[in-house]
Each structure stands twice: as C-alpha cells, then as structure tokens.
Design a protein around this ligand. Sequence first.
Ligand code: ADP
Ligand code: MG
Length: 593
Amino acid sequence: DPPAEKYEYQAEVSRLMDLIVNSLYSNKEVFLRELVSNASDALDKLRFLSVMDSGLLKDGVELDIRVQTDKDNGVITITDTGIGMTREELVDCLGTIAQSGTAKFFKALKDSKDAGSDNNLIGQFGVGFYSAFLVADRVVVSTKSPRSDKQYVWEAEANASTYTVREETDPEKLIPRGTRLTLYLKHDDKGFAHPERIQRLLKNYSQFVSFPIYTWEEKGFTKEVEVDEDPAEAKKEGDDGKDEKKKKTKTVVEKYWDWELTNETKPIWLRNPKEVTTEEYNEFYKKTFNEYLDPLGSSHFTTEGEVEFRSILYVPAISPMGREDITNPKTKNIRLYVKRVFISDDFDGELFPRYLSFVKGVVDSNDLPLNVSREILQESRIVRIMRKRLVRKAFDMILGIAMSENREDYEKFWENFGKNLKLGCIEDRENHKRIAPLLRFFSSQSEEEMISLDEYVENMKPEQKDIYYIAADSLTSAKNTPFLEKLLEKDYEVLYLVDPIDEVAIQSLKSYKEKNFVDISKEDLDLGARDEEKEKAVKQEFGRSCDWIKKRLGDKVASVQISNRLSTSPCVLVSGKFGWSANMERLMKAQTV
Ligand code: ADP
Ligand code: MG
C-alpha cells in the first residue's frame, strides 16, 4: 500500500478548531448542519458542472445524501454523491482556511474586538467542516472526484495539529463518486448515533436542502405466519375424532433496516405562497443565508408573461457587527436557479442595482439556459426584464414594512439601509417615484422622530408652495441656524438634512408631489407675501452700508444684500443661487483633504 502522508494544518485551522471546540460545546449539534450543507454544496457543484460536462455523472448514481448511524460503536457516516475532492483539493480544502464561510467567520472575529462576544458570534457563522470535531474524536473523509481515477482518505484526530492523506485501497470502501465522512464519536457524544436523534436534527436543520437526505433506520412490518397448533390444545377443542391437523396463524413483526427519506425536497419557492407560513419563510432565510435574526420582511411571488420566474426576496435585519460595505454589489445575497438547478450567487449588479444589494433571496427561472454564463447574464434581455420586476417587488416589500403597524421595523430598516435608498435617489432616476415615499428626515417640527415626505406635505400650510430644507452637519447646528427664523415664524416645517448624503439625494429628486425642494440657505429664498414698499425703504436706508461692508470684505463674499428672511439675527451668510451650499462646501473640502 502507498503510505499515508502526514501534513500540518495551517496555523489558523488549529486556532479555529480550538475556538470551535471551546466556544460551541453547548451547541454541538451544529456539526450535522455543517456537514450536510457541505454535502449539499458538493451536489450543487456537481449538478452545475454536469450541465456542461455530462461525463461527470454516472448511470445509476443518484444525487443524494445518506446518513447512517451505528449506535453500538458510536459512529456516524455521512455520504454524498457530489463532486468529491482530488488529492490536492483535500489538502487545500481541509487543511487550510481559504474557503468562504470560514474566512468570513475569521474576518468577523477580527472585527469584533470584544472577545466576550465570540460565543455569540460563532453561532452566526457557518463554522464549517471542522465542527465535526465538536462530537468526534476521529474523522475520516474518503472521497472520489470524478476528475480523478483514485479515491483518497483524509484522516485526523481531534486536538491534533496534523492529519494524514492516503489512497483508498480497500475495495469494500470504494465509492462511485462523492464523499463519505466517518465520525468516530467522543465517548460522551455517542448519543448522536441514533437514527431518531439524527432524523430530528435533520428535520430541524436541513429541511431546505434540495437533495434527498436518507437516514438508515430500522423498520418493521407485521405478517401473519402459520403455526402448527399445539397438539394439547387441539385435543381440548374438537374431540370428535376427525382431526385433520389444524393450522393457526400468528402475527409476528419482521425487522429490517432500510433507507428512509427524511427531508422535504420540494423547494419552498415552488410551493403555493398561501400554504407557506411566515415561520417557514424565516427558517428558509436563516438556513440559506446563515442568518440568525428573522428578516424584517419577505415577498414570495411568481411573474408570468414575457418572462417567467419565481422568487422569494427578503429584507435582512442586519447583524450586530453592522456588516461590511452594504452597498457592495458583490454580495452573495441572490441565489439564481434555472429550473431548480443552482446556478450562481456571484452577481455584480446584474439582478439588483448596487444600492439594493442588501436584498437577499432566491430567483428561479425557466427561461434562462442552464449553462448561463456571466456574459449571457449581462447581455440577456430576459435578465433585464427580471431585474426590473425584482426591483419593483423589492420596493413593494420595503413599502410593506414602512406601512406596517409596527413602526419599529421601519425604523430599524431605515437605520440600516436608509443610506442605500438615498444612494438610489442619486443613481436611479427611473425609480424616484418608488424611493421618495420611503425617505425619512428629522424636521423643525419633529426633532425626535423622523417623518416621511408624505407627512411633510400633509403638514404644509395652505399657501406654502415648496418643501423647505436645511443641510447641516448635526441636528444642533440645523436647529440653531438663523435661516430658520422667518420660516418658524410662519410656522413652516423645515427638513433637517444631517446625513452628508441627504442634500445630494434631495437635489436629485428635485421635487415631491409637484412641490420643489428648496434650500433655505440659498440667496433667492422667496417666502412670498412681501411688503415691497417697506423693502424699498429699507434698501434706501441701508444700501450704502451694504456697499461699505462689501468693500471691506472684498473677495470673501460675492455680494452683500438687504434680506427679508431674518427676524432676530442681524445678518446671515448665504450661498449663491448656483453655488454650493455651506454643507456641500464642507463635504467637498472633507473629500479633497
Ligand atoms: P465552506 O463550506 O464554507 O467552504 P467548510 O469548512 O464547510 O467551508 O468546507 C471547506 C471546503 O471543503 C469546502 O469549500 C469544500 O471545498 C470542501 N468540502 C467539504 N465537504 C465536502 C464534501 N462533502 N464534498 C466535497 N467537498 C467538500
Ligand atoms: Mg461548509
């Protein structure tokens, strides 16, 4: 036999294993979820690649997952018929951390400075393959890639810093394709090796895996067997001499072991929305996207007509770490399926504009080719139509949250994704009508709670034509600006734009419900109802003072004018009609420094 080769884990792997074993001990059962999800990923990969290369498949080898338990010896085997691993992949995938889930976990771990929160954190992430060591002393991975003609065995003990890889030579252990994991359970964890326990966990964790999961269980059926009657009994009953040998039947239970289908494999998005409960939608979301908070909202729909597809979309209720850049379009937030086959979750704005990239969900289309490539996606008319529909549905969903009884939900939404919608004002003119009603701002009449533009418009005075706003770097400076004086006197509400992006967003909108947005710090602010006589008189009286001030200030100001906009302050600095507002100027300065 070729000898087993010994390898050292990458340092991070050892650290991760340590962490997992020491932080997750109270939640050991996650091992099953992780290992089954890896099996499911491996099957997805195979199914995807086989679209282009049908040689990867084999007659009679179904795509499925089988979990077998041996309670006497405390052993669990999890077998999939997925893509398997070559020798190199074994070393790469199971000896180093280059893989998505775990890498993400490490990044989050680094980000959370507070070491005390590790325990909470670890539960939110897929901790991956190494969670096998939560329950196992020894793990053996035997795997056969359809791209290799040999089967390899990876083997390691818990708490070791090395593992071995060798070729599988035992003909009894050869598998046609895929991966077989054998877990030799720790003494205290042997209880996991019961079919009922495994089935319960699988039902809980893996109901949304789209491949059949079978468990090996003992079954029984009853049958009637004929038994010869006890001769003594026979005598007692019929003693009339004509005793043919009487036959009697007896019911016995015949025991045997067989595979039992344990999960529902019909994807949730193919079910009738009327028959799916909110809990099921939320569970699906959490399992699929590795989330631990319920989403703020969801939307399940089918579109017909020109392009047909089914989809479930979600608005996340962000995690405590505040997440990475939420406008990064390269999230793995949308999972695209074609005819139920998982195609990709690697998009760059093809299905949603970047400002909506926080939306998560699945999309299943029958109209795209199975071998759809990135180029096809980008060029496809079908995809463009899908995108349009998806964006609309996403807005409907967000509006649903905004209109719900529970004000807190939308506040949460706004806190997390308000910036995204403002970015949408700037980047997506086509959807201004959908975005504007979702915006929220503080105002001179609502300094504690944000208001919508609809609320603003409703609160407008009968003679008021415009929507007024002031951009400032904080609520305090907005409240104290002298520009407000005249407006407050007239009891006009003024929006406080205190987020740096607010002003640009509002300027992109230009108007709402045919009312223009007007910056109260600009020179041409016209509050109507002017007393022209009085203005003339004042101009005469102070005209020369203005000239004098302008002379003294020179280039520092563009002009010095009499104004009717103040009531108690003696003067105010305003921006030119076509110039930058003070707020904007501050922003530009901040960017160039
Ligand atoms: P992740 O699943 O997030 O990538 P894991 O630690 O769960 O991280 O798995 C690491 C890698 O090991 C996977 O990305 C995959 O390449 C490989 N792997 C694990 N289990 C299997 C399996 N059953 N079949 C094929 N490859 C697997
Ligand atoms: Mg995994």
